[in-house]
Design a protein around this ligand. Structure first.
Ligand SMILES: C[S@@+](CC[C@H](N)C(=O)[O-])C[C@H]1O[C@@H](n2cnc3c(N)ncnc32)[C@H](O)[C@@H]1O
Length: 229
């Protein structure tokens, strides 16, 4: 049986084609300011600590490492799992090609609304739902197989069955040569993903609170269709 919160939210799928730009106030406290992001993120963590998994958003160093690891400048279809309040999303959009598309899948409707309110980039689609539904959402938005999937969702605090379904769903939608980049404090994501995509490369970003491991898988043409042994 699925995680009750995740099951409940999967039913409330809504689409926001992020079209409502919102300017920061002169004091920097407006909806698109870094402080508004941090406040909204902390409030989301306090309400759903296991799903959000971190008290503050990723650092600029972390964002740059993800952009490099994912080779985002070369990608044309990108999926972000767990954009949160959108710091990573904005960094990805800055690095992406003008013709590229980014599908951001966020479980929290509050974070989804926060992100949709402050982003007007026509390359971005913000989708409320679970990462398990990645194939369904790509079909819904008529998007091709992604060149890269980037995940900040906390595999260590979600039920094992959900984590396994997400790893399987990511492996299924990636084409040969496609990348899966996941950043985590703990290595659980590797335990769930390696059976589907093989061994990842790893790096460590110390300039982040907390320091994060960054895993990168590249799907091989011969990747196993399911868990081995
Ligand atoms: C650690 S935060 C990462 C936020 C942002 N990407 C960053 O790096 O600052 C994890 C995010 O994943 C979202 N999340 C957790 N489980 C999810 C799931 N199954 N599907 C989609 N998003 C999920 C949480 O709501 C939260 O926004």
């Amino acid at each position: 049986m699925g995680h009750p919160v995740q099951e409940r939210r999967r039913d409330s799928v809504r689409i926001a084609s992020a079209s409502t730009p919102a300017a920061a106030r002169p004091d920097g406290s407006g909806p698109s300011s870094p402080w508004a992001d941090k406040r909204a993120f902390l409030s989301g963590f306090l309400q759903h600590p296991r799903e959000v998994g971190s008290v503050i958003p990723s650092s600029p160093w972390m964002e740059r490492r993800l952009v490099r690891t994912a080779a985002l400048a070369e990608a044309r279809t990108v999926v972000e799992l767990g954009p949160g309040t959108g710091g990573t999303t904005r960094a990805f959009l800055r690095a992406m090609h003008a013709e590229a598309k980014l599908l951001a899948i966020e479980l929290s409707p509050v974070f989804r609304d926060h992100l949709a309110q402050q982003q007007s980039d026509p390359r971005l689609i913000v989708q409320c739902g679970s990462a398990e539904q990645i194939a369904e959402f790509l079909r819904l938005h008529k998007m091709p197989a992604p060149d890269v999937v980037i995940s900040g969702i906390p595999f260590s605090t979600m039920p094992a069955a959900v984590a396994d379904r997400i790893a399987a769903a990511v492996a299924e939608v990636l084409p040969p040569g496609g990348r899966f980049v996941a950043y985590q404090l703990r290595p659980h994501v590797a335990r769930f993903t390696t059976p589907y995509l093989g061994q990842p490369s790893r790096s460590l970003e110390l300039l982040n609170i907390p320091p994060m491991q960054v895993f990168c898988w590249t799907k091989r043409p011969t990747a196993a269709p399911g868990p081995q042994g």
